[in-house]
Design a protein around this ligand. Sequence first.
Ligand code: PHE
Length: 402
Amino acid sequence: VAKENPSLSNFKFPTDDFSNVSPKILSLVGKNLHNKEFHPLCLMKKRIMQYFYAAYRGRTGKPIFSIFDDLHPMVTVEQNFDSLLIPKDHVSRKKSDCFYFNKNYMLRAHMTAHQVELIKMGLDNFLMFGDVYRRDEIDSTHYPVFHQCDAVRLFHREQLFDLIQTEVFEKNPTIESKVKQKEHSVIACREIEQQLKVTLEGLARCIFGNDIECRWVDAYFPFTHPSWELEIKRNGDWLEVLGCGIIRHAILQQAGAADSIGWAFGLGLDRLAMIQYSIPDIRTFWMEDPGFLIQFHNKSPKDKVTYKQVSIFPSCKNDISFWINDNFEENDFHSLVREIGGDLIEQVQLIDKFTHPKTGRKSRCYTIVYRHLEKTLTQAEVNEVHKNIEQTAEKVLGVIIR
Ligand code: PHE
């Protein structure tokens, strides 16, 4: 049975100049698509759970990973960033990239926001599933809400010592290198890396089949070192599926787990489900139309389902061009379009940037692609929304329509 979070629409909070959550975004909080039985995102969640349940069992045969799938998405800025050593001036904190209630509270931008609190509770092995919120450009693969799975696996010093028979931590931590943190011994670090890579390659095979081609790419995250991304080959292209690494020792120290070392990873469920079930547009997940969900009804996570679009209704394109000022942020425009056009917006595409040679004034031109997933839009309906976008952009963003 799906658990529902209370919606935040009527929720009152003190606002300040960080506040940028909108009623539309708040109306999506509590939908919990990942907990809706037979929803493709829920099937993907279960597939991942099954893999971890089967691959990791304790001495008595019980699964060792705990599952959290109803952590509320409203978190503190401290949870989302500071607790993970993300610098105060890091780009990912920008107002144009996140949804803030105010300077202290936000909608989580990644599931990693809960990592520290769960480690503090004493958990060593856990998976978290949930909805995450980011302001982003609009196209068929981006939506301001998507879903992530994050995981942590910790080894305590003695446990790992039994495995590698040498010291886990450096006696005198000196400097960090490309391959390890200063606190960890080379061998311990290599062992964790090995464990992590075997686990995640296994997960990729479980999801995409035994023949899937994978490769590891070095990456950077403030909360892990070393860090990697796993890519899989799809139709001749390499596609990034997850980020991972060895958890920063400073994080474990702060969380009361200074005697352990471990790995963490995070992956997006929506894109995996889109690939898995041939779903062409991320907005499809939000459709209430029974024609969508029925195709997954009574399916089990391992069943092969190829989504058939009920029908494709034609799109409508309208251009918008305007003069901008120096404060113009691309994502503010994208959010505004989404706020007004809602799920009618399929794509917003920048088609021209122009600086007037004499006056130095700058302008932008975008094409907005409108498409309703469940009916044909009339030009009149589109014009009305488009006009509203033009007027609101002038009012809110201070641009001037050309
Ligand atoms: N939180 C990262 C993201 O959203 C993913 C990640 C999780 C990377 C845990 C490393 C460890 O991209």
